[in-house]
Design a protein. Structure first.
Length: 306
């Protein structure tokens, strides 16, 4: 299986690097600067699961992309999606599977319009990983997983082939028969966490220690869950209880990556993660007072950034 990983940043570099380490046919679609970094220093992964330096990993730049691949692994930020599509489009042939790992759901509509729904799988990942100042990929905690599947729940030959390729990477990859439900549940958790920590500019533990903090967080979770339910994807019991526990753990240092981006003055996925939930909730007449405050807060931040 020929795999094209779009970008070699934290997420794509980690999962693609682990498959490349296992001997899989992986190529990274990168910009000139990243190509130069990888050529000189290699793809460096520092992780509780084991460090590795992959010297001269295979790379290609968009203007040189002239072959199709069996799988395109897409892990860009939502605000970079249009540019990413332009860069990897020549790699998509009649049998290419596109596996996006973006948060939320709106990207599926964008990819469907460009490549057709049959080409696009559902997918999600859970991993805490970043690029350090040396442009090395650093995994911050042992947790790692990658879920994927056909959006209609069927187990296809291509999903089985992808599962085989990813199993060699030993990062908890698993095919799912309910990948859309899985994506919704992750979205509910992420949106609740991002809306809470960004609005209060603090980790979960500090919010809980403030008067009304617990009610604020759980209210945010209830609103996000109500939107999912209105779309036919009510969060399940075990998921809801696990997430509720994470969001109510006293002293927890847990924050959303969006909160860390706000602190660093970076672009955020306000529209994709929070705004799209609100749009869906409004269409279903679901009241979302707390979530709308969080969205106004994030859009004000974006306006301030310029």
């Amino acid at each position: 299986m020929r795999i094209l990983v779009v970008g070699a940043g934290a997420i794509g570099g980690y999962f693609g690097g682990r498959m490349l380490q296992a001997g899989r046919d992986v190529t990274f679609l990168v910009r000139p600067r990243r190509a130069s970094e990888l050529a000189s220093a290699g793809l460096v992964i520092k992780s509780p699961s084991g460090d590795v330096t992959l010297t001269a990993p295979p790379t290609v730049q968009a203007d040189k992309l002239d072959k199709t691949f069996d799988l395109v692994l897409l892990s860009c930020k939502a605000f970079d999606l249009d540019d990413a599509i332009k860069s990897f489009a020549p790699a998509v042939g009649p049998k290419t599977a596109i596996l996006p790992l973006l948060n939320g759901m709106r990207h599926l509509d964008v990819l469907d319009r460009r490549f057709g729904a049959p080409a696009v799988l559902g997918g999600l990942c859970a991993i805490a990983v970043t690029l350090n100042e040396q442009r090395e990929i650093v995994q911050l905690a042992p947790m790692q997983s990658l879920g994927f599947g056909e959006r209609d729940g069927k187990v296809s030959d291509r999903v089985e082939a992808i599962a085989d390729a990813m199993a060699s990477g030993k990062f908890g990859a698993a095919a799912s028969k309910q990948v859309i439900q899985d994506m919704w549940e992750k979205w509910v958790f992420l949106a609740s966490l991002a809306a809470s920590t960004c609005t209060m500019r603090a980790p979960i533990g500090h919010i809980l220690a403030a008067p009304g903090g617990r009610d604020f967080i759980l209210g945010m979770l209830d609103e996000c869950s109500a939107v999912a339910s209105s779309e036919g994807h009510r969060p399940t019991g075990p998921f809801f209880e696990r997430v509720r526990g994470l969001l109510t753990a006293e002293g927890s240092p847990l924050t959303a990556s969006m909160f860390r981006d706000v602190k660093a003055g970076l672009k955020v996925e306000a529209d994709h993660i929070i705004g799209d939930l609100i749009a869906r909730g409004d269409a279903a007449k679901v009241p979302l007072p707390k979530l709308k405050i969080a969205y106004t807060h994030l859009k004000t931040y974006e306006n301030q950034r310029g």
